[in-house]
Write a protein that binds this ligand. Sequence first.
Ligand SMILES: [Zn+2]
Length: 537
Amino acid sequence: MAEQVLLYDTTLRDGMQGEGMSLSVDEKVRVAHALDGLGVHLIEAGFPSSNPKEEALFATLAGESFAQAEVVAFGMTRRRDVEAHADPALRVLADCFAGVCTLVGKTWSLHLEKVTRVDPEENLRMIESSVAFLVGEGKRVIYDAEHFFDAYAEDAGYALRCLRTALEAGAENVTLCDTNGATLPGAVGAATKRVVEELPSDAQVGIHTHDDAGCGVATTLVAVANGARLVQGTMNGYGERCGNANLTTAMADLQLKLGFECVSPEQLARLTETAHLVDELCNVTPNPNQPYVGANAFAHKGGMHVAGVNRDSRTFEHIDPAAVGAGRRMLVSELSGKGTVQDRAQKTGLELDDAGASRVVERVKDLEHRGYHLEAADGTFDLLIRRETGDYEPLFRLESWRVIVEARETGRVETEATIKIWVDGERYVRTAEGNGPVNALDSALRAAIGETYPHLHDIELVNFKVRIPDERKGTGAVTRVLLDATDGHDTWGAIGVSENVIEASWDALVDSLEAGMLPGRAEHVRGTGIPANAPGP
Ligand SMILES: [Zn+2]
């Protein structure tokens, strides 16, 4: 049987250090579920209360259930002048619901001298008492040895003592961190080999590297080749400076090239879909040249290549693209596409036969060609399926909408939207102001149909993302608008694509409201017997 390597994702913590990265609490929860679906074993969510947002994230995660992933809380060893049990940050970790805690601590004498001014022996006591405290509180502890490889190069004996101290205090794993990302594979391999030899045979060693020398994945693989059995990284390699080791690439390499068992083949086949979903949620344009999951990873242009691939795919393809779910973006492959569509239909309580599923797949292909990405737009996807099964009911019939944006000499910008629509044979004309076109349209639309559909009051738009998929075309290109909505229970995405940003926004807005009114979603509010717009207690 293949040996197992544990996957540890730090997208939600280290990945968020990257330039321009930001996710709401709901989005982080969606990322966590996507990682769980991919088979990731450990999901590091951050420090449970460095701010109200993190606090809300942990409160939400505590109520979520995952197929196999465990949520990990992250923190530091105690401060030098307090006992572990009296350290407020360690207390937060101890009280957090997460069963696994990762503690980062110093290993490098340069840092002890220049940054923290902590005596090396005192640093060992800090590691010992912090780990022991959390283990005593019933936590499984991973010790992240910060700057391990720099520390090892300077004073291997002390670096190893830090690891031994953590293990003896009860840590179940010690992870070697290339925090500066500058160590090359040869040095990482040699150090890891020595660590594995020196530590007790049952000690589990992990690896956490960055990509500053362009070797993030390479150093990860070489550490595993030398005995590391836990791999830390981020989806698509997000992270500060040049990013973390790209877990998306590393897991495919480990599984398909090195024969390790990380996840099931079915889970690995979700790799492309998951990588793109996380990109969508982070509002990052997927890198077309990314290994395994990029749009170009298995694209063949040269005539000889195409002919070769048709004769025998091994001539120009290093793996079967289906193994990582590539070559089909989300569900464009005939084989898996229909299955995905039928799966989704069933989840929302619909029956869809083979022919119907094929038509949905064709429709998705067509939409993707026009710039749609349905990975993060599950609301739009649900509506698409219902159009095929005949279960789609529009909330209204549109006569027209109009938006006026007026800029004044004073610098004030005012927006006003007017919509004319029909509901149940009745015509509604409503005008509303807003802080922008989408907000004004949303207000006018709700003013028109809010009474007919009281559940709309529970639906809130929480996120608005605009992207120009093909940036080279500038303002002439299509604009993609992604809107996330929530009813407090559920969060879903809707998408609109048009050359006109307001039209794209309108389409996404209508989809997000219609998707929120679908039976599966509206029920838990309606099912209470309390009118959805009843005043709260
Ligand atoms: Zn890091």
